[in-house]
Design a protein. Structure first.
Length: 576
């Protein structure tokens, strides 16, 4: 089939995907998209069919994160599209490039009240970088080129993210010729680097090397640039904080890593350098209430990573790779390594707190109900998480504990959208992208319920994942909030201590329920030899997680955390 021949639009879509080296997509069957589904699989493509469209998008999200290519989801019209809204919104907030192709009613039936008709493009516009309908068959090449560019953060959009393209079924069946120059329109070709001018680079060098208490905070835009960020830390002597977006970018053993001293580092820094990181709620929106002494040097490739909430005192609009290379090159001409006693003190504090946490985890007492503390589970689980493990955390309480207690070089969680239910589909998507790599997902029992039937998907597609369910019989962050702040009126926050292992065995997984802490280690070993596997570990409701203790569940007025909110109120009162 060559570019000059006649073929259906569905054939050209399948060919474009495969020519772009996209041989795996995610989706759920439906008549409106059956022509693409058939052509893609007929030509050798593989569709990972999920049990819910939302889960399909979560899988495509994780696949994109792990593989570094655009993730693709294929869903039918109407409820197929509305079901993906949460997954698309999550990818939008996370700035993950996805292509969601949705079916649509045939053009002759538009506006007549057709089966599964809904204004899908309008629905998707606020949560995508592009949302369009393909009404003319010959416009397919241009539409796919545009979708790829916008998903990757080009063509004037502010950042990478998901795009939505709906194609009416009659258009899929229509024949046309390919009018583009190449069919590899979704290829992950290198992006042309933007070049900051020499004056901006030198100003950035001066800011970083003249600072007494420099702090570098990395985000999504720095992913894949581990060595360059480490080189910049080694040269500048700055302190370093990671975030959920880039866990593992810099190993915790590095002398600049001060994660356990996050609050003090933010409060005392006189310069904050953001590398591909938005100033969202996790960074106090860049407010002077959280960073009272800091100037900001903002480095990023998109406007969202440069100018949200607080414009920098300096700015480099370029890739993190290019920025680090330029800063190191120019500083090497005139600057030398600066020893910062502040950074050394932070690092000493970080090590002391980390060691204390490790000891605390091993010695954690059971709750008043006699059930084990989550620390005990995580202390055992972390023994099996090495630098090659993809570690996924999903939930409320257990995510809060796991984020602090389990170091990981490759990490995903519910993200800035707080999207519960991602753990199971994320793990399946990661396993499809990296077969043979160890993948461990720890999931709260509440979050697990969102996508529990994707265990069936894991079995059918042989996704080698260890799922660990932290079963505390409730939505425990909310339960804790109700006890502390709502007169102890517990409503809708307790669940049964359901036997999820029995459920998993019925679906076909190796599964075990663990109630005795002494059984955890050996059961994990057995499970890792029989993947996919699920461990249902019963833990106490009495444990107060870091997020629960921070005031996050109460949703303060000005900041996400209680302490930051109090400082923000003081600042506002002083300024007014």
């Amino acid at each position: 089939m060559t570019a000059g021949t006649q073929a259906t639009v569905s054939e050209w879509v399948a060919r474009a995907l495969l020519e772009s080296k996209i041989s795996i997509i995610f989706g759920l069957q439906g008549g409106h998209i059956q022509p693409i589904w058939d052509e893609f699989t007929k030509k050798g493509g593989n569709v990972i069919d999920s049990r819910d469209e939302r889960a399909a998008v979560h899988m495509a999200h994780a696949y994109s994160e792990v593989s570094g290519t655009i993730g693709v989801a294929l869903v039918t019209a109407g409820p197929g599209v509305t079901n993906v809204a949460t997954g698309v919104a999550n990818a939008f907030k996370a700035r993950v490039p996805l292509l969601v192709i949705g079916g649509a009613v045939p053009r002759p039936q538009r506006g007549l009240g057709a089966l599964q008709e809904i204004p899908q493009v309008d629905l998707m516009k606020p949560i995508t970088r592009m949302s369009e309908t393909l009404l003319q068959p010959e416009e397919l090449p241009d539409a796919l080129v545009r979708a790829n560019s916008k998903a990757r953060g080009l063509e004037g959009v502010t950042a990478p993210g998901p795009v939505f393209l709906e194609i009416p079924t009659d258009v899929l069946r229509a024949e046309t010729t390919w009018t583009g120059s190449a069919m590899s329109v979704l290829s992950n070709s290198p992006i042309q680097c933007r070049e900051p001018n020499q004056g901006q680079i030198m100003a950035a060098v001066d800011m970083l090397w003249d600072a007494e208490k420099p702090l570098i905070i990395a985000g999504r835009g720095a992913r894949g640039q581990s060595q360059r960020v480490i080189d910049l830390l080694d040269s500048s002597g700055a302190a370093y904080l990671d975030t959920q977006e880039c866990r593992g970018l810099v190993p915790e053993e590095h002398c600049s890593f001060v994660g356990a001293m996050r609050g003090r580092a933010m409060a005392e820094a006189d310069l904050v350098v953001t590398l591909g990181r938005k100033l969202d709620y996790q960074l106090g929106y860049g407010s002077r209430a959280v960073f009272p002494k800091a100037r900001f040097l903002r480095i990023g490739e998109s406007d969202e990573e440069l100018r949200d909430n607080r414009v920098g005192d300096g700015e480099l609009k370029c890739s993190i790779e290019h920025a680090c290379t330029a800063l190191l090159h120019e500083s090497g001409k005139t600057r030398t390594y600066r020893h910062h006693s502040w950074v050394k003190a932070l690092r000493t504090g970080h090590v002391k707190r980390s060691d204390a946490l490790s000891l605390k985890m091993k010695c954690a007492e059971p709750g008043s109900d006699g059930l084990m503390h989550p620390h005990v589970l995580l202390a055992e689980l972390r023994k099996f998480v090495d630098d090659q493990t993809i570690f996924i955390a999903d939930g409320g309480d257990i995510l809060s504990f796991a984020r602090i207690c389990v170091p990981a070089r490759s990490y995903m969680d519910s993200g800035v959208f707080g999207c519960l239910g991602v753990g199971l589909p994320f793990a399946v998507g990661a396993a499809v992208a990296r077969p043979g790599q160890k993948i461990v997902a720890i999931i709260g029992d509440g979050s697990f319920g969102f996508n529990v039937m994707e265990l069936d998907t894991a079995v059918r597609h042989d996704a080698k994942v260890l799922f660990v369910i932290a079963n505390n019989g409730g939505w425990n962050i909310e339960r804790t909030d109700q006890i502390a702040n709502f007169g102890g009126r517990i409503q809708g926050s307790e669940l049964a201590f359901t036997d999820y292992a029995a459920m998993a065995r019925a679906i076909g997984l190796f599964a075990a329920r663990v109630e005795n802490p002494s059984d955890i280690n050996e059961t994990i070993r057995q499970a890792l030899g029989n993947l996919p596997a699920l461990l249902d570990v019963v833990v106490t409701r009495d444990a107060i997680s870091p997020d629960a203790g921070s005031g996050l569940p109460g949703v303060p007025d000005f900041q996400a955390l209680g302490s930051w909110d109090r400082e923000e109120q003081k600042l506002n009162k002083h300024e007014n």
